[in-house]
Design a protein around this ligand. Structure first.
Ligand SMILES: [Zn+2]
Length: 296
């Protein structure tokens, strides 16, 4: 299967060093990974345990053994979105979202043509969201901002036309993300992927009915604001994700991430929020079916 990433993706992501961490104790109540990049993981880090005939299948199987029995494969450009849509179409544990990443959109020669391709993919039945789209003022400079914003607005419109979830990448752009959602009118379902705000921003997103997806960053030592954000997020609006192969939770920072490590992050979320782990997993699982629809 084609897992070659685009040139831009290679540039965007430093190669992961080191081995995959050992599997954590499995979850008693299954949960799902709301945001993963299997194609990039395989390309950059291979698979846990070395070589396999089908490394993507091996990652999905490893996740299931950890109690992570479903996942959402997220697109970042036309090629990866098409790859994810094809995987979801034939794999019962996988749903897909499709999009041009906010740092990808400004680099394209023909943004409109790429958006048309994304819209075509968005119509597919196992494509359940538009993402990751949004704003990133950290990696994209002034010159790229107009294209980034135009792409975000176009993804919002597609999400509404097809009644699919909007999966937002927001890096250093909290207020602009909210402003554009207000200007365009938000879709019914909005997910803030790898939520990175503080308790105030979390409370505002909760008030708006958005879902906050917490990644391994919630386990980082310097992430007190993020843990405060988790505390004000009700279980009904909480998701958990890896963003694999990135953002590997403590104590394995610097090593590759994958969906089978979700138990580390969801256990940290239960601890930080003082909630029962099994109840939290059940709530997050139910949120997944509500936000992305059934995997079956
Ligand atoms: Zn991502």
């Amino acid at each position: 299967m084609n897992t070659q990433p685009s040139e831009s993706r290679k540039k965007r992501s430093a190669r992961r060093a080191g081995e995959f961490p050992p599997p954590p104790e499995p979850l008693a109540v299954p949960v799902f990974d709301s945001h993963t990049h299997l194609d990039i993981t395989v390309h950059e880090a291979g698979m846990p345990g070395g070589r396999a005939a089908d490394p993507v299948e091996a990652l999905i199987t490893a996740a299931a053994k950890s109690g992570v029995d479903r996942l959402v494969q997220v697109g970042v450009d036309v090629a990866s979105s098409r790859w994810g849509a094809e995987l979801a179409a034939r794999h019962p544990s996988v749903l897909a979202t499709v999009a041009l990443h906010p740092n990808e959109a400004p680099t394209l020669d023909d943004l409109d043509e790429a958006l048309r391709e994304i819209e075509t993919l968005a119509a597919e039945s196992r494509v359940r969201g538009l993402g990751e789209t949004g704003l990133d003022t950290f990696r994209t400079g002034e010159a790229g901002r107009p294209a980034q914003e135009r792409s975000f607005r176009a993804h919002i419109a597609i999400a509404k036309r097809y009644a699919k979830a909007l999966v937002i990448h927001d890096r250093d752009a909290h207020q602009d993300v909210l402003r554009i959602l207000d200007e365009e009118g938000a879709p019914d379902t909005v997910v803030l992927h790898c939520f990175s705000g503080d308790a105030d921003f979390a409370a505002e997103c909760v008030r708006r009915g958005y879902l906050l997806s917490f990644a391994g960053t919630v386990t980082f030592a310097n992430a007190g604001d993020l843990r405060a954000a988790a505390v004000v997020t009700p279980p009904e609006q909480m998701l958990v994700e890896t963003d694999a192969p990135y953002l590997t939770p403590v104590p394995y920072r610097g090593r590759p991430n994958a969906s089978y490590l979700i138990p580390l992050t969801v256990r940290a979320l239960a601890e930080v929020t003082g909630r029962d782990l099994d109840a939290l997993c059940a709530a997050i699982s139910a949120n997944g079916e509500r936000v992305f629809g059934s995997w079956r």
